[in-house]
Design a protein around this ligand. Structure first.
Ligand code: FMN
Length: 222
């Protein structure tokens, strides 16, 4: 199988998307004859190249993080740039991998519906969407805390490499919890309002010189 992979994280090679993709692709490559090419959508100047890669692809995997309950702008821009290929006969099969910071899969279900519709409008066979929450921090967690997660992505890749399908049981397992049980959800909501939770994101904002701009509303109507 010849697979064309698009990493839609603005963090590119340093992203959680990349880490999960690496495990998936390791599994994928255990099947003889499989090959892949990997493109980074954060190289925004290469959009024409990405569209051409899509045009020539047989199987596509589009992987990205959940951003404000949807997708990063670079992913949306890529999707929109594919409009000229709508309904073309030779469009590739397409699957999606979406991971987010919040633990519940339910946050991603609307985007999942959008992706299925996007595939059908393009005229691509829809392979499915892998959803995984709770992924922020996976790069710094101790190995024993991520072993199962990485193993699941490896197995998903292996099965996909062999059958061209996402294993339903693994996809279901990865998407747990669909919702947090109510007491946990209440604790989580309270935690989100504390400095313990916000300091992590605030530090990231400071590192990127964006802290002072965090409440900006550039599209607000005057
Ligand atoms: C601007 C921004 C918006 C985000 N919005 C959400 C969100 O709506 N839901 C969620 O679960 N995670 C959200 N996250 C968390 C990311 O999805 C999560 O950290 C992910 O693992 C980042 O993956 P990456 O390293 O591949 O970019 C957001 C992160 C950023 C930076």
């Amino acid at each position: 199988m010849r697979l064309t992979v698009f990493n839609g994280s603005p963090r590119g090679k340093n992203s959680n998307t990349q880490l999960l993709l690496e495990h998936f692709l390791r599994g994928f490559m255990t099947i003889g004859g499989n090959t892949y090419e990997l493109a980074y959508l954060n190289h925004v100047r290469d959009m024409d190249k990405f569209v051409n890669m899509f045009r020539e692809a047989e199987h596509v995997l589009l992987a990205f993080p959940l951003y404000t309950d949807c997708m990063p702008a670079i992913v949306k821009a890529f999707i929109e740039s594919l409009e000229p290929l709508c309904g073309r006969e030779d469009n590739p099969e397409i699957g999606f991998m979406m991971q987010g910071g919040f633990p519940e899969a339910i946050h991603s279900r609307y985007v999942e519906k959008y992706l299925e519709k996007f595939a059908s409008r393009l005229g691509c066979r829809y392979v499915g969407t892998i959803i995984k929450g709770g992924c922020e921090g996976i790069q710094t967690r101790p190995a024993k805390k991520t072993r199962k997660l990485f193993e699941s992505f490896y197995q998903l890749g292996q099965i996909y490499g062999e059958t061209g399908l996402f294993d339903k049981e693994l996809v279901h397992k990865l998407a747990q919890p669909e919702r947090l049980p109510t007491p946990l959800a209440i604790i989580f909501k309270l935690l989100v309002k504390t400095r313990i939770f916000t300091s992590y994101w605030d530090n990231l904002l400071r590192e990127n010189d964006a802290y002072e701009k965090r409440f900006d509303k550039p599209y607000r109507m005057k």
